[in-house]
Write a protein of this length. Structure first.
Lengths: 296, 343
């Protein structure tokens, strides 16, 4: 339906509303957003929803298949593992660990990366290149190697995953924010603000930052999905979460013993990881494509 | 250009030094005696003790110790492995080619499938084709690699029984290592079972290579598509169209070389993730490469193997990321403007 213009002025949407409209036009991105919201809800309230405790063993229901199988029961919706623990409850408790820790890691590395990246981005010459290149050395150490080093020093555990993945993610934030700030600094509107007599803190916060937030948001979605995959991979290798923990990657590795007789103990946690990472990536992708016409 | 190369060399040396520094600090925090962590000799004789004390200058201050440590590691003295009591550098030279073989095959697989699919995705106007390609790549990007490897080996290795799921070659074949690359070694060997050994090696590499190729494949498809979409709207492509050139010529000769430049750049950024994935794939498929060696090293708390492996892998990644950066500049004259403008 063509829009009837009664008044001379058009209602000009704010950048945030434009972004939301472009984002909401993409059904996949909206689906991802719903999934991420649900995941967030489960990560916070999962332990209360779960019908069983994650460690509760039911000796009468060992390796029970999921409920849609002929021999499955509805009490154990997604089946049980070799100790008779309910997989659905473990998944809900695991969401708390996998997704919650991923968020915590991203927030911590974002705040460190933001400070270093913006300082090095605002500076020029040698100082800036030392700050940013020093972190390139850390960026070149993959998160798995970092985890191996951390585990070698302190021993395995979920707390060490925090350090290993956090140290591996921080340089990515530094690099992204450094580049974004550096690029904006070259532009004419910054020079104009400088000529108006703005000092460097004002330039940074009021002039440059509004244009950098987009990069930061995109980087956050990338980092959350990378962090979930890393946490799960470390749990799978037994370097992160340890055996009874319902962390999703650790659940996959605990199911490995029974993979031939009870493949669902491996498949279901894997699908959970896949779905949550996919949802986050859908949101990130939707944001990126919604932002790109606004930026150009 | 010389000045630029010199600066990159400088960067390589500086980052390597920082890396060795990180390793040095980590080594001094390992929960064992420092000498044991440095040399890996389980019950050293008095002579060996004195030798390692003087080699690593354990009596001087931290800075001197760091210099001595750097000297030893750079000269190739990585100590002996705590579990096997063999020099770490020998073990490293055995496992590195296997990892390179896997990485190269996976990289070729990803490039040879990813670039055409990316071009296809950018050229097609069909919504369904576009959406399905994007859906596949996004799923491939989100899939946890250990789970993918397990599922593939369960399906193709166990259920269907098509492909072997562990190791590089059947133990029946005895292949003299010459290059360390199993695919080349089997062809070079003089044995009469040469061709069947080669076939066996190919069968062994299929599943790990496919598992490892999924991540770079999806990234290559996405970047190629984005770059092609951008480039096909450039004026020089329209000029070529106006001259009446064939679409195939325009895409392959005019657009593709420029579209591959961002692909190259992203390959450099992806190296770290790729290495992590390669290590996990090696563990799942028992591929005797540096990744499974390192992971078994951490299970056994083999501190010298950990140091040697982390140092080698990280140095290789630093080297290749700088090398790709240099290549990127060589192929892309636009970035040179920035370099010269900065000087």
């Amino acid at each position: 339906m063509p829009r009837i213009s009664i008044y001379q002025e058009d209602d000009i949407p704010s950048p945030m509303r434009k972004l939301w409209q472009a984002f909401a036009d993409n059904p996949f991105a909206l689906m991802g957003l719903w999934a991420v919201t649900c995941l967030l809800f489960l990560a916070i309230f999962g332990p209360w929803i779960a019908p069983f405790s994650p460690e509760q063993q039911d000796p009468l229901a060992l390796l029970l298949p999921p409920s849609w199988d002929a021999s499955g029961t509805v009490e154990h919706f997604l089946g049980t593992d070799d100790l008779g623990r309910d997989i659905f409850s473990r998944l809900l408790h695991g969401a708390h660990l996998t997704f919650g820790i991923a968020l915590a890691i991203v927030i911590a590395s974002l705040s460190v990366g933001f400070v270093i990246g913006s300082i090095s981005g605002m500076m020029k010459g040698l100082k800036s290149s030392i700050l940013s290149h020093l972190l390139d050395a850390l960026l070149s150490i993959p998160s798995l190697l970092m985890a191996i080093l951390v585990v070698a020093v302190t021993g395995p555990g979920l707390g060490n995953v925090f350090w290993a993945v956090g140290i591996a993610l921080t340089p990515q934030f530094v690099r992204a924010i450094h580049q974004a700030v550096h690029e904006e600094l070259q532009k004419d509107y910054v020079t104009a603000a400088k000529l108006d007599g703005a000092n460097s803190i004002q330039i940074f916060w009021y002039v440059i930052m509004p244009n950098v937030w987009e990069t930061v948001i995109i980087q956050i979605t990338l980092a959350i999905s990378a962090a979930i995959l890393d946490i799960a991979a470390l749990g799978f290798l037994n370097l992160g979460a340890q055996a009874p923990s319902p962390e999703w990657g650790a659940m996959v590795s605990q199911g490995l013993d029974n993979i031939l007789t009870a493949p669902w103990t491996v498949t279901i946690p894997g699908v959970a990881i896949l779905c949550s990472v996919l949802a986050i990536n859908l949101v990130g992708d939707g944001l990126r494509s919604a932002l790109s016409p606004l930026r150009n | 250009m010389a000045r630029y190369l010199l600066r990159r060399l400088n960067l390589f040396l500086a980052t390597s030094l920082v890396l060795i520094g990180v390793l040095f600090i980590a080594t001094s925090h390992f929960p064992v005696e420092q000498q044991y962590a440095l040399t890996g000799i389980e019950s050293p004789t008095t002579d060996q003790l004195a030798l390692s004390r003087s080699e690593y200058r354990l009596d001087s201050n931290q800075f001197r110790q760091f210099i001595a440590y750097t000297k030893q590691r750079v000269s190739g003295n990585l100590g002996v492995s705590i579990t096997s009591q063999k020099p770490v550098i020998d073990e490293l030279s055995q496992v590195l080619p296997a990892s390179f073989e896997l990485a190269i095959v996976a990289g070729i697989l990803a490039m040879s499938l990813g670039v055409p699919l990316g071009i296809l995705a950018s050229l097609s106007n069909n919504k369904i084709t576009q959406h399905s390609i994007m859906a596949i790549t996004l799923t491939g990007y989100s899939i946890p690699v250990f789970w993918l490897g397990l599922s593939l080996s369960l399906w193709f290795g166990v259920e269907l029984g098509w492909l072997p799921i562990s190791g590089r070659i059947n133990l029946l074949y005895e292949i003299e290592p010459t290059t360390g690359f199993m695919l080349i070694d089997t062809l070079l060997s003089q044995s009469i079972y040469r061709s069947s050994a080669f076939l066996d090696a190919v069968q062994h590499i299929v599943l790990p290579a496919i598992t490892l190729a999924v991540l770079p494949f999806t990234v290559v498809v996405r970047i190629t598509r984005a770059a092609m979409l951008h480039i096909m709207n450039e004026p020089y492509i329209r000029a070529a169209e106006a001259r009446g050139l064939h679409t195939g010529t325009i895409v392959l000769r005019h657009a593709l070389p420029n579209a591959l430049i961002p692909v190259l750049k992203n390959m450099g950024l992806m190296l770290g993730t790729f290495a992590s994935y390669a290590m996990i794939v090696e563990v799942i498929f028992s591929w005797p490469g540096v990744g499974s060696w390192l992971v078994s090293g951490i299970y056994q708390r083999d501190y010298t193997v950990i140091q040697g492996g982390v140092l080698a892998v990280a140095l290789i990644i630093i080297f290749f990321s700088i090398f790709i950066d240099v290549l990127h500049n060589a192929f892309n004259p636009i970035t040179r403007k920035e370099i010269y403008a900065a000087n």
